[in-house]
Design a protein around this ligand. Structure first.
Ligand SMILES: *Cc1c(COP(=O)(O)O)cnc(C)c1O
Length: 370
């Protein structure tokens, strides 16, 4: 046998129950996600509560998250793209309504109808493309200037659409994360104005932030996303939600380092005193943002353990001085109950959305899952 033929290679080892190729581990708490969905349902008693599961349920795995939400009572789901919707349809079966926020592209309009997926129509071109071939939603732009029918297109859109066929008329708040932002009231007023052209359609304006502003923003359907996954999505004053995602990574090595020694690429951190450090199998290849260099932390036995120096591709160094629990193989938490999503996002200089899609998304794909 040739030495380098595939048959002579050793088998890949499996890291965990659904072992990926990397050592970081994501635990998704489906009951926490259900609890958070119920929190929003209670907040909006006069509206229906949908579930936004775009981007693979914000990185956590739509194939498990969507059925758990359906079990909790969700009947309406939103994805960004058709392919995401098809995966969710496969996970949910027939019954729940699935909206695609980005709407149909020219190539896939037939596929929407075949899989009973409802497009959100965002432009006159999409209205023409869809041609009322089945249920549809209409997105009205009320000031975000991203997607949706603008003010000058409203009248032609109302003529082109059959009001009776509209499953939903929706808009999206630009500043929903800031409850007191004057933009919210302005968008709400524009939404009510525009929606008067579609008197029979159910209305939806609020995502997570909007749902937290209050009943004036709930209309017929709220569309929480980030809130289901554990962050209130507000710039400040977030409600306490259940922790949906926990990410841990194992210690590979421990070192006792003298004062004056420095750590990692660029030698950006120098020990002022003798330290015990752990080298951990986690890096930006796991979606752990490099901007957490020198600012992030892991949690071990409930205690915050600062990251020393730069995050590298597959490794980080953590200060475990005075910690008896640290041994090779010990798992350190980098997202979860002791390393809170909103806190880690703030330290990384980003939003919880990016931490979930980037970090949890990468570990979901490549790490071990429990
Ligand atoms: C992403 C998105 C949502 C959900 O937003 P969250 O802030 O995550 O709750 C709702 N509606 C639209 C149009 C979206 O793009």
């Amino acid at each position: 046998m040739k030495a380098n033929s595939p048959a002579s290679l050793p088998r890949l080892s499996q890291d965990g129950p659904s072992g990926g190729t990397r050592l970081a581990r994501l635990r998704v708490d489906l009951s926490a996600i259900q609890e958070n969905w119920r929190f929003f349902k209670k907040r909006a008693p006069s509206a229906a509560t949908a579930a936004v599961v775009k981007a693979d349920a914000y990185g956590l795995g739509a194939e498990r998250v969507a059925p758990a939400l359906a079990k909790a009572g969700a009947r309406v789901f939103f994805t960004a793209t058709l392919n995401e919707a098809l995966a969710v349809r496969q996970a949910l079966g027939e019954g729940p309504q699935i909206f695609v926020l980005n709407g149909p592209q020219s190539v896939d309009a037939e596929l929407f109808a075949a899989a009973n997926i409802t497009p959100v129509l965002n432009s006159m071109a999409q209205i023409a493309l869809w041609n009322a071939r089945g249920p549809m939603a209409l997105h009205i732009d009320t000031g975000m200037n991203r997607l949706g029918i603008g003010p000058e297109e409203l009248a032609p859109a109302a003529i082109a659409l059959k009001d009776a066929g509209l499953a939903l008329v929706m808009s999206h708040l630009a500043c929903g994360s800031d409850i007191s932002h004057e933009m919210n009231a302005r968008q709400r007023a524009r939404f009510i104005d525009a929606a008067s052209l579609f008197p029979k359609a159910p209305l939806s304006l609020a995502a997570t932030g909007g749902a937290l502003i209050g009943g004036d923003y709930h209309f017929d359907l709220i569309r929480p996303g980030i809130g289901l996954y554990g962050s209130g999505g507000l710039d400040g004053g977030n409600p306490t939600l259940a922790v949906a995602a926990t990410i841990e990574a194992p210690i590979l090595q421990l070192r006792d380092v003298e004062a004056g020694e420095s750590f990692g690429y660029g030698a950006t951190f120098t020990a002022a005193k003798k330290m015990r450090t752990a080298t951990v199998a986690l890096g930006y290849a796991d979606g752990y943002l490099r901007s957490l260099s020198g600012s992030g932390y892991g949690a071990l036995s409930g205690q915050k353990r600062p990251i020393l120096g730069r995050v590298s591709m597959d490794l980080i160094i953590v200060d475990v001085s005075g910690c008896a629990d640290a041994t090779p193989g010990t798992m350190i938490e980098f997202l979860g109950a002791d390393a809170k999503l909103d806190d880690i996002a703030a330290l990384a200089g980003t939003a919880p959305y990016e931490i979930l899609t980037t970090f949890a998304g990468a570990v979901h794909k490549n790490g071990a899952r429990t």
